[in-house]
Write a protein of this length. Structure first.
Lengths: 598, 332, 329, 355, 340
């Protein structure tokens, strides 16, 4: 119809709807971390490498290749050119060695979107101010650079960990040839294999020539009162990524991105890596409106996962493609296993019992849950909390509960009969007559899961009630351990496993370890896993950790839901379904082709 | 006398605004020891040390490292310069800038709602009052009993789906290009009008009926006044009486209620903007709320209160123009 | 003397949810050129309704009116349309109301409100109208009329406001002026000012005056002929002197006696017992009989008719008093 | 009715000012001098009249007498005790002897109370708990004021103005006061009812040996009812004394004007009237000197600035007027005795026109 | 003698009050509109109280996948929700509870707080009055819904917190009206009479002032309850209400979020809409009828027209004829007069 044409007037533009509360107004990638900002940042900026979850390898982006190196800067690699972990362990296993040295070589044909060539000085600058809080303030780099051994104290460089031709490589004993001066950089990182991970794949590289003139201790990168100059740069980004932003046409309701033709990565045939010339991101406040827009053909893709309930609606539409991508996000039920003393009570004391927790785990029927709550759009998760698709590290032995559900219920009741003396038709009671009843803290959106849990746990005689999360659950409930159970989503993957295992199962204090689980054995295993310099050993340890976690029943897995997203097929084809992502992703952008009109 | 009343009225508005400013400063500080915590609530994956650093920095950046009174003073001086503080959004945009961007679009809705409500409302009200007891009157009465009980957002939902989505009479939600393409050309204005149609309609229905009911009652009340009898006894023509004597006096209560209704109108717009994807202050406010962006929320509140104060002030001054009796004291 | 007004058998009722209020029950009224006629009676007896009916200002709803004749200057205006009435009102008959504060439009300057009269009835321009207005204000003794005309009603004192109303009423030199309790809201000393003014204006321009009041002393000063009303009916009609010297109806007698006089020497006042009947629950027979010490069974059962005793003297009583006294007068 | 010379109430130089609020909070604009410098003595058993135009301070003065309004300055002695220096309980006790009948019978009865509740309320407040006695007493009073036992459970809305005033009277005398202030008790009522109420008041006074303060603007009523009187104008006493004396020989021009404003039903052809010019000035900034000078037909230059004193011109007859008393000794500007032009132009013109 | 004990007197007083209120409702009932309002409210209250017995299903129950998005049928009168398969009819029934509790509790609390503050401002006057009225002026200019949102953000979203916030913001209008009424009552002569009789401030407040405002309070309770039900629905609709309870506003939000209209499940949107409408409508009716009862002028204008429509013209004619003087001439009066 005429309205359709009117709304998507440009043939080579991909119209993308996004349901967000707001669009970013600043495109300083280190600062914009809410909502769609990372997606946009990743189109405008690049990291050194990208990480392939399946293979555990780094794909080149800005960086061309990298190695662990010995003191002379020689790569520690096997003849095939892959990391030689045995030599690495031999060289660096010595406790007196305090760091790992890494050499990164970058592409030599990269330019910033303003035409200035990108050199290792930009890399140096980015990491350097990332570690210098006096310049960067608490901009996002804080967490990502924490493994880099490059330290500032009050704005003074106290330990150098980055070396380029122009910045101390020679002094440190790394020789860089004159012709490589723009492409080679050495880094010193903590002696953990995962150290390079965030440095390479998370930290977006900033253009030195843009930021150095404006960033100073007086006018920090992340300032509450940025100067006009800074604001201008926030709003008019200069990146090295495949797209540039069209600031003229972008606003609070839409963001327009154009493809850069001088992007350094090309397809094999020399054509641009990304097929889509222009991307028009449109903001919708509400999912319903976004779906209106898609149905009416005002947008091509919806960059927001929709609820599985909508499957029924879209299945009837011919021109709509549904992407039912496997998820990466594991929804778990977290039990408050070890509340601070002031928050202990007889009911919560039950949760301290491993067996009791097992009973709860037994009661949960994941298949049924997925069928009912997710309309089937999800997959079960093993108690080891690792997805089966992560073939390198997944341990199938972690799943040790019987699969027959009736059996499980019977076992659960048997356990409970041992723990709780009194039972009537409505369920178990404590000695003092108090009913065994827990509150589950949750967001309103999680209510259907919780309702399901209520019914499920009722079957084994335990009462569960929904308690809404307040506006600040962290301070009011979680850190004070003023809760019984809560829902928490986790992603354990190759890339983050050593950080996340530590955060969830061994660190105490104000972390996501709301329930303060302390298991010395697990703790020790995680530590070893984190610090080993041998990847194979590390993978083995991860596999060994999974049954331990499963036995704890501290985080009881519920499901991993699929990411359902939709796109119209009347203008473009070649959408790519990517795990854990919506159908608007890098692969899609590279693959989409315009439908030929008859 | 009159001049001094105006000055007093303005001074009093400033006084009220001062209190609102003060409240605005203190509300986000209710119940927290460290304002930095309210401004930057802890995130799950943050270590204690990181959080401490962030809090430290936040305190410094947002000036929480000085005494509360000093903070208050700084806040006031900031306000004097039109600085509503810094939003918690990335890139630390000034609250003022964010608001200024959205303000005109909110005003488009509220002002047109107000105008349509007033004009149509007064018209219908006068008709109903003139045709007292006849179908025009009873229709208004029945309509008003039904309308007051229907929340605007419910009407909006229905309108947006049926008129917007199903029958495509008006856009079901705002055209995202509307704002960026706006250039004062006729077609751009037409686009705005089309897009504003449903949101304005869903808000205006209620206010039309409200003002109509108010006008009707006011007109009837004035019709019973002695001076209307005098006017009749003078042999004045029906129309002279109606327009010169009745209407002007009937406007007095309408003007008073107008100022009061502004606050409700602005408040109700939050939901309507959300439903129609209209990028105004209402949606900005909800965005701010979702992000715990207190500076932005309080900035919007302050502005909305300021508007209301201004509206009440203006209506009061109009009232003075209309009613020479008000010179000192409070009419309300 | 020409008859300015001849009103025959005016009846007005107000139907309401609880019953029918019988406000006026068959009133006849005659006013001659230059004559001033007073309508006296207690509150609620129907004086205002009667006087407003003359101008056909009583609207239906809420009222229902029946009248045989309203003859004004020889024309029966009973069936005049609203438009025709508008031409007469203000020009040929005008009205002064009791409370000047509420009778003036509070948001219009006094001058403008008078201007309207000239613009409406004499078709003059606004500027001319203002000149006339100033003249009129001067005539009723408003000092500095030019600046006063620019004042709003609330800026004037009660006496001044009443003068503005007077100026308005006299603006077009009407044949008949109806004054509904023109002075009750005023202070005693101001009252005298206004009454004096009213009388002199009326006499000077040979106008007829229908004066509605419950204050007998006002009547004695202003009226030629007096109609006494009681509970919607005329109970007595007489020339003023005759009425004061020899009131025939027991109600009139009581009324006259109960007015305190400077010349009185006794400490007690003569009084009429009881209260006026409620307009919805009027007694049978003569409405006055429950308060009348002369009442007989006849009075209790049938309403006495209004009987003409002599020229210009009528009374609604089976047993009129003071008949002899009048004969001697 | 002079039984004994005992004084029941005495006021010495009483003034009452009311603040006038401005538009802004906390800011006062000025004061209304409602009563200024009034001294008077009321004897036991007598009826004391207060006459004056609306707004001249009659009600305020009465309120000051019974402790409802605290005077800005001056003292009030009731039965020899200074009212405003009494302790709370003593004050309460003494107040029991003073009552008031209000001008407006419509707002003086709580529309939610029935007749019994209204009349018995003072007893109820005084802690009289015994229902039976209260009912007895109320019925007694109802009959005294000409109503009946059947009215006990009716509500004020069922009564006419005159009947309501009777209820008010019944309530005011239930505690057997000594002193009753009647604030224009009939002015809101119909003419034919005036006499009823006035007679009732007289009857009650006789029965209960009450002292009355009787406020009115109608001199004819005052003349017949009162033993002594004061004439007030803009908060000041113009003339006062024994009412017979005052009426026989009214001296103040304002009293004259009031007397002549009383329209009598006795028909006189072309009564010659002194008509006061102008309006009552605002009490916020009352004229200096004599407060009456602007409207006074006998005003002189000096009246503008020199306030007249209240001087006893004959036994029990006081007048505050320069024309009567002559100016006091002092250094006045020249020409202060020169009469002011008596009428404004427009008024005199108009006056001529109709004579 | 026979002193009535205080308790008994109190009891009598209470009975009288209750009787008074009963009478008042009777007057509301006698009004057609009032009858509608009272009936609907009675039904809603009944539904709210007996919700567990009326609702055929547990509204919180997330049923089988097979039960999701069912159209209305005999078992599921209003069908089931698309996303969770909850029984919409049961949710509607339970929603009545939340709406009524929030509305009525807030309405009553507003009446209490508003009257206390209004009476204080009007009766005590002076600084107290200035303070309260300044607060009112300030509250008046702050847009309510945004302020409620901010406050729930600060204090949390439990229903009792939401109620407290509504009350904290809602009392202003009422106390302003109460204050002006109190100012009139305070200066009325019957209060003066009571003062003269030695009444304490308490006595006057309790016996004269408060009862004088009671009608206003009942009316305000009805009207503000209605207003708050709408406001609560709006808040829940924005997803800012108490997430644990089922309220009509939340049902609307769920329905909208679940794409009810897109799926053609219009009943899912309309059911809570009608619920809100009915509740607000009936409370408004009662409030407006009360206002009419109290403000006789309004009543007169509206009822006179009704009276006129239903007038029996024959009867009126008879009334007119009865006014005539039947025997105008020929009565033998002079004779009797001379005899007397
Ligand atoms: N608009 C009306 N609706 C109902 N009844 C009315 C109306 N106007 C007057 N009445 C009734 O008609 C009767 C006569 O009223 P009217 O105003 O003529 O009395 P009045 O003699 O002028 O009294 P007052 O001296 O108080 O002015 C009264 O009982 C009054 O209640
Ligand atoms: N409580 C008050 N506050 C302010 N001014 C007051 C107050 N009471 C009276 N006044 C003013 O004091 C002056 C005298 O009033 P007061 O009521 O005593 O007059 P009055 O002679 O009784 O008048 P009326 O005959 O109208 O009853 C008036 O100007 C009045 O406006
Ligand atoms: Mg009248
Ligand atoms: Mg008074």
């Amino acid at each position: 119809s005429s309205q359709r044409q009117n709304r998507r007037p440009d043939d080579n533009t991909l119209y993308v709807g996004s349901v967000q509360t707001s669009f970013p107004t600043s495109f300083m990638p280190w600062l914009s971390r809410e909502g769609i900002a990372p997606t946009i940042a990743s189109m405008l900026y690049n990291t050194l490498f990208s990480y392939d979850e399946e293979t555990g390898l780094f794909n080149p982006i800005i960086g061309k290749e990298w190695y662990y190196v010995d003191d002379d800067g020689n790569p520690i690699v096997t003849e095939e050119g892959i990391i030689d972990y045995d030599r690495l362990e031999a060289i660096y296993g010595d406790p007196s060695r305090q760091y790992l040295a890494v050499k990164v070589i970058i592409h030599d044909n990269i330019t910033w979107s303003d035409g200035v060539p990108l050199t290792v000085e930009d890399i140096y600058y980015s990491f350097d101010i990332g570690t210098n809080h006096l310049l960067s303030n608490h901009a996002g780099a804080l967490a990502w650079t924490s493994d880099l051994r490059h330290n500032y104290t009050n704005g003074v460089l106290t330990r150098q960990g980055l070396f380029t031709y122009e910045n101390g490589a020679a002094q440190q004993g790394y020789t860089i040839a004159e012709e490589d001066k723009d492409t080679v950089i050495y880094m010193h990182v903590n002696k953990v294999l995962g150290s390079v991970m965030p440095l390479f794949s998370s930290l977006l590289i900033l253009p030195k020539h843009i930021w150095e003139p404006v960033v100073s201790p007086e006018n920090q990168l992340n300032s509450a009162s940025p100067t006009e100059e800074t604001l201008y740069r926030y709003q008019n980004p200069v990146g090295s990524g495949p797209y540039v932003i069209d600031t003229e046409r972008s606003g609070s309701q839409q963001i327009v991105l154009h493809r850069r033709d001088d992007y350094h990565l090309k397809k094999d045939d020399g054509s641009p890596l990304f097929n889509i010339e222009t991307v028009n991101l449109i903001l919708y406040q509400e999912i319903n409106v976004a779906i209106y827009a898609l149905l009416k053909g005002h947008i091509d893709v919806l960059d927001t996962a929709v609820s599985s309930n909508y499957l029924r609606l879209f299945e009837q539409e011919e021109e709509i493609l549904i992407s039912n991508a496997p998820g990466t996000f594991v929804q778990t039920l977290v039990l408050n296993v070890n509340p601070v003393n002031s928050e202990r009570n007889p009911i919560r004391d039950l949760l301290r019992e491993n067996e009791f927790r097992k009973a709860i785990a037994l009661a949960i029927n994941q298949d049924n849950l997925i069928e009912n709550v997710l309309n089937g759009a999800g997959i079960p998760v093993s108690p080891g909390l690792m997805r089966a698709s992560m073939t390198e590290i997944y341990n199938p032995h972690a799943d040790r509960l019987p699969s027959d559900h009736q059996e499980r219920l019977a076992e659960a009741n048997a356990i409970l009969d041992r723990f709780v003396p009194d039972k009537d038709s409505a369920g178990y009671r404590l000695l003092d007559g108090e009913r065994v009843s827990f509150n589950i803290l949750g967001h309103p959106g999680e209510q259907d899961v919780i309702s399901y849990l209520e019914i499920q746990l009722q079957k084994i005689g335990i009462e569960v009630n929904y308690a809404a999360k307040g506006s600040q659950p962290e301070t009011t409930f979680l850190y004070t351990s003023r809760f019984d159970m809560t829902l928490q989503g986790v992603i354990f993957s190759l890339s983050n496993v050593d950080i996340m295992y530590r955060a969830h199962f061994s660190a105490l204090g104000r972390t996501s370890n709301y329930g303060r689980l302390v298991n010395p054995e697990l703790n020790q295993k995680i530590n070893t896993m984190r610090t080993t310099l041998n990847l194979n050993t590390k993978y083995t340890l991860i596999q060994e950790i999974q049954p331990l976690i499963a036995d704890e029943f501290y985080k009881i897995p519920l499901y991993t839901s699929n990411v359902i997203s939709v796109a119209r097929t009347d203008r473009f084809t070649g959408y790519q379904v990517v795990d854990g992502a919506t159908i608007f992703n890098n692969a899609t952008l590279q693959n989409l082709v315009r439908v030929k009109e008859e | 006398m009159k001049k001094s009343y105006v000055i007093k009225r303005i001074l009093y508005s400033i006084f009220v605004f001062g209190i609102v400013m003060t409240l605005n400063f203190f509300i986000p500080r209710i119940g927290v020891e460290d304002p930095a915590e309210r401004y930057y609530p802890p995130q799950g994956n943050m270590s204690d040390i990181e959080y401490e650093i962030i809090k430290q920095v936040t305190r410094q950046q947002y000036g929480f490292d000085v005494s509360t009174w000093q903070q208050y003073l700084n806040y006031l001086t900031g306000l004097m310069e039109g600085n509503l503080g810094t939003s918690f959004r990335s890139g630390s945009p000034a609250v003022t800038d964010l608001i200024v961007d959205r303000l005109p679009w909110t005003l488009v809705l509220s002002v047109s709602t107000l105008l349509i409500g007033l004009i149509a409302g007064i018209l219908f009200g006068v008709i109903a009052a003139m045709k007292r007891g006849r179908w025009q009157d009873t229709t208004l009465l029945n309509a008003s009993t039904i309308m007051v009980a229907l929340p605007g957002f419910f009407i909006a939902l229905i309108l947006s789906f049926y008129l917007g989505f199903e029958f495509e009479i008006f856009p079901a939600y705002t055209d995202p290009n509307m704002v960026s393409n706006f250039d004062w050309s006729l077609s751009a204005i037409q686009t705005v009008a089309e897009n504003a149609a449903l949101p304005v309609l869903s808000m205006a229905v209620g206010s039309i009926i409200g003002y109509a009911q108010g006008t009707r009652n006011a007109v009837i009340a004035v019709t019973n006044e002695d001076f209307i009898l005098t006017a009749k006894a003078k042999g004045l023509k029906q129309n002279t009486i109606r327009y010169k004597h009745t209407l002007r006096n009937s406007m007095l209560p309408i003007v008073t209620s107008l100022g009061m209704s502004i606050s409700g109108l602005i408040g109700g717009q939050v939901v309507i903007e959300q439903i129609f994807n209209w990028n105004g202050m209402g949606t900005l406010f909800l965005e701010a709320n979702n992000m715990n962006d207190y500076p932005l929320m309080m900035g919007i509140m302050l502005l909305l209160s300021g508007f209301t104060i201004l509206a009440i002030l203006i209506t009061d001054l109009i009232y003075v123009l209309l009613d020479p009796r008000v010179t000192v004291g409070d009419k309300r | 003397m020409d008859k300015v007004l001849k009103l025959r058998n005016l009846k007005v009722v107000f139907p309401s949810g609880h019953g029918i209020i019988r406000a006026v029950e068959g009133v006849d009224l005659d006013i001659h050129q230059g004559e001033s006629v007073a309508l006296v009676g207690e509150s609620g007896c129907g004086k205002s309704v009667t006087s407003q009916s003359v101008m056909k200002l009583i609207e239906s709803p809420p009222a229902m009116t029946r009248v045989d004749t309203i003859e004004f200057l020889g024309n029966d205006i009973k069936d005049y349309s609203a438009k025709q009435m508008q031409d007469i009102r203000g020009k040929d008959i005008s009205m002064i109301f009791q409370d000047a504060m509420t009778s003036l439009n509070p948001v219009m300057t006094c001058g403008k409100q008078i201007d309207e009269m000239y613009i409406r009835h004499q078709g003059v321009s606004k500027k001319e109208a203002r000149e006339y207005t100033i003249e009129a204000l001067k005539l009723v003794g408003v000092p500095e009329p030019r600046s006063r005309a620019k004042n709003f009603p609330h800026e004037l004192s009660g006496g001044m406001r009443q003068r503005v109303l007077l100026a308005m009423a006299f603006a077009c030199m009407p044949k008949l002026i109806i004054a509904d309790e023109p002075t009750t809201a005023l202070d005693v000393t101001i009252q005298a000012q206004v009454l004096n003014l009213l009388r002199s204006m009326q006499k000077r321009h040979e106008m007829s005056l229908l004066l509605v009041t419950h204050d007998l002393s006002v009547v004695s000063n202003l009226a030629d002929t007096v109609y006494v009303m009681y509970s919607g009916k005329i109970v007595e009609k007489a020339p003023v002197k005759a009425l004061f010297q020899a009131p025939h109806h027991p109600y009139t007698v009581g009324l006259l006696a109960s007015v305190p006089k400077l010349s009185d020497t006794e400490k007690t006042f003569s009084q009429i017992p009881g209260t006026v009947p409620h307009p919805m629950k009027k007694p049978s027979g003569c409405y006055f009989h429950p308060r009348c010490k002369f009442a007989t069974d006849k009075c209790k059962n049938t309403m006495p008719p209004l009987t003409t005793l002599s020229e210009n003297r009528e009374v609604r009583c089976y047993y009129p008093l003071n008949l002899k006294k009048e004969a001697t007068a | 009715m002079k039984n004994g010379d005992q004084t029941i109430l005495e006021m010495r130089n009483v003034s009452v000012n009311f603040p006038v609020k401005g538009g802004l909070p906390f800011i006062k604009k000025g004061v209304i001098q409602a009563v200024s410098d009034v001294s008077l003595t009321i004897k036991r058993g007598e009826t004391f009249g207060i006459v004056g135009e609306s707004g001249c301070g009659k009600t305020t003065l009465a309120n000051a007498m019974i402790g409802m309004v605290k005077p800005t300055s001056g003292e009030v002695y009731f039965n020899g005790e200074n009212l405003y220096q009494l302790r709370r309980d003593a004050f309460k006790k003494i107040r029991r002897d003073m009552q008031m009948i209000f001008q407006d019978p419509f707002s003086s009865l709580n529309p939610r109370f029935n007749v019994y509740q209204i009349i018995s309320e003072p007893m109820f407040i005084r802690g009289q708990d015994d229902e039976e006695t209260m009912v007895q007493r109320v019925i007694e009073l109802l009959e005294l004021v000409g109503l009946s036992k059947d009215d006990l459970t009716r509500y004020p809305s069922d009564f006419s103005g005159g009947q309501r005033q009777r209820l008010g009277i019944a309530r005011s005398i239930i505690l057997n006061p000594d002193f009753l202030v009647c604030d224009e008790p009939v002015s809101a009522l119909d003419v034919s009812v005036h006499a009823q109420i006035l007679n009732l008041l007289t009857k009650i006074q006789k029965q209960m040996k009450l002292s009355y303060v009787f406020i009115s603007h109608n001199l004819a009523v005052v003349k017949n009812v009162c033993d002594s009187m004061i004439v007030m104008y803009l908060g000041k006493v113009m003339e006062s004394g024994n009412s017979e004396t005052v009426f026989k020989n009214p001296l103040h021009p304002y009293t004259h004007a009031l007397l002549e404003a009383v329209l009598d039903t006795s028909i006189k052809e072309d009564r010659e009237q002194v008509i006061l010019k102008g309006d009552i000035p605002s009490p916020i900034n009352p004229p200096k000197g004599c407060r009456f000078w602007q409207r006074c037909p006998r005003a002189m230059e000096g009246c503008k600035t020199i306030p007249p004193e209240n001087i006893e011109v004959e036994s029990d007859h006081f007048v505050a007027c320069h024309d009567v008393n002559g100016f006091p000794e002092g250094n006045f500007e020249e020409g202060y005795k020169k009469p002011l032009k008596s009428f404004d132009d427009d008024l005199s013109e108009h006056g001529k026109a109709h004579q | 003698m026979k002193k009535l004990p205080l308790g008994k007197r109190l009891k009598q007083g209470v009975i009288k009050r209750i009787k008074g209120i009963g009478l008042f409702f009777k007057r509301v009932w006698s009004h057609k509109q009032g009858k509608i309002g009272l009936t609907v409210v009675a039904i809603l209250v009944f539904v709210a109280v007996f919700a567990p017995y009326i609702a055929p299903f547990d509204p919180y129950d997330v049923a089988d996948r097979t039960l999701k998005g069912l159209p209305p049928s005999r078992t599921h009168l209003l069908g089931t929700t698309i996303n969770t398969g909850q029984d919409i009819f049961s949710m509607l029934i339970y929603g009545t509870r939340v709406s009524l509790i929030v509305g009525v509790t807030s309405g009553i609390s507003i009446a209490i707080v508003g009257s206390i503050l209004g009476v204080m401002a009007g009766y005590i006057g002076g600084a107290v009055d200035s303070l309260i009225m300044r607060i009112v002026d300030v509250m008046l200019v702050i847009p309510t819904l945004p302020l409620v949102i901010v406050l729930t953000n600060v204090f949390g979203r439990d229903y009792w917190i939401i109620i407290i916030i509504f009350v904290a913001l809602g009392w202003t209008g009422l106390s302003r009206t109460i204050r002006s009424l109190v100012l009139v009552l305070k200066n009325s002569n019957y209060v003066k009479a009571a003062e003269l009789a030695g009444a304490s401030r308490w006595h006057i407040m309790i016996r004269h002032i408060l009862p004088g405002t009671s009608h206003l309070l009942i009316m305000s309770t009805a009207l503000s309850s209605a207003g708050i039900m709408v406001a609560e629905a709006g808040l829940s609709f924005l997803g800012l209400g108490d997430p644990t309870a089922i309220s009509w506003g939340k049902m609307l939000a769920d329905a909208q979020g679940g794409g009810a209209l897109l799926f053609g499940a219009w009943w899912w949107i309309f059911a809570p809409g009608v619920g809100i409408f009915l509740a607000v409508f009936s409370f408004m009716r009662i409030g407006i009828v009360m206002e009419e009862i109290m403000n006789p002028r309004m009543k007169q204008t509206s009822s006179v027209y009704k009276v006129f429509k239903n007038l029996n013209s024959r009867y009126i004619e008879e009334v007119f004829i009865s006014m005539d003087d039947h025997q105008k001439i020929g009565v033998d009066t002079t004779k009797t007069v001379e005899e007397s």
